[in-house]
Design a protein around this ligand. Structure first.
Ligand code: HEM
Length: 196
């Protein structure tokens, strides 16, 4: 009998990153669903506030020239403006002006934050279906959960291909994983703050 063992080096970089953040993603996923953000538009507005803070944090990364040299098509991935519109749609008020809390990240750590922001768009397909039950859609209130016009899957694959192609040392990869974990922790803290 042959037993196949998958060693860490047999994995791609993005698979390693996923494996290192799976537990924190699952904790966050459970925490969000337990907060019942799709029970009403009022609760969904709290979810929008969480997303707004997180996307304000990552927003400067999408225009950072150092990151744009590494990841294709970064500016088209930004979701902050869609969030502003969603907040205006759902609450009838303009969103507050927020400043990013991610200044001074190293490039690998910034890539970890970007991974979390981009990956969250995969799970967003599921969230968009839940939002539809509140009468919200890609055109009203749930714009930031829409897939990219080129297609959610294709867009993710080009992102993954870029990540897997970087020339990175082990130390830089560890720094990237720490960045991704910090991003998940930030979102978890925001959920705790808004859904008390
Ligand atoms: C209740 C909330 C959430 C649910 C149900 C959920 C669900 C999912 C699902 C089903 C996938 C896999 C999609 C696929 O492989 O096609 C996924 C991927 C991912 N999600 Fe979430 N998610 C949630 C919230 C979040 C949040 C808030 C973040 C970060 C801010 C996040 C970050 C990610 C990342 C980084 C991936 C990509 C993992 C990889 O393949 O490398 N998710 N999510």
């Amino acid at each position: 009998m042959q037993i196949e063992l998958q060693t860490p080096s047999a994995q791609t970089r993005i698979q390693r990153l996923k494996a290192l953040t799976d537990a924190t993603h699952e904790r966050l996923d459970k925490r969000i669903m337990a907060a019942d953000p799709f029970a009403s538009r009022e609760r969904y507005a709290l979810f929008l506030a969480v997303q707004h803070h997180f996307h304000a944090d990552v927003d400067p990364l999408f225009t950072d020239p150092r990151l744009n040299r590494l990841v294709p098509d970064l500016p088209s991935r930004v979701r902050l403006e869609a969030l502003w519109q969603d907040i205006a749609d759902v609450t009838g008020s303009e969103p507050p002006v927020l400043t990013a809390g991610t200044g001074g990240l190293t490039i690998p750590a910034a890539l970890g934050w970007l991974y979390v922001a981009e990956g969250s768009n995969l799970g967003a397909a599921f969230l968009l279906k839940q939002a539809a039950r509140l009468g919200l859609s890609e055109e009203f209130g749930a714009r930031h959960l829409a897939g990219h016009p080129a297609g959610r899957g294709l867009h993710w694959r080009t992102f993954v291909a870029a990540f897997n192609g970087f020339d990175m040392s082990e130390a830089e990869e560890a720094d990237m994983a720490e960045g991704a974990k910090a991003a998940f922790r930030r979102v978890h803290a925001l959920v705790d703050e808004f859904f008390v």
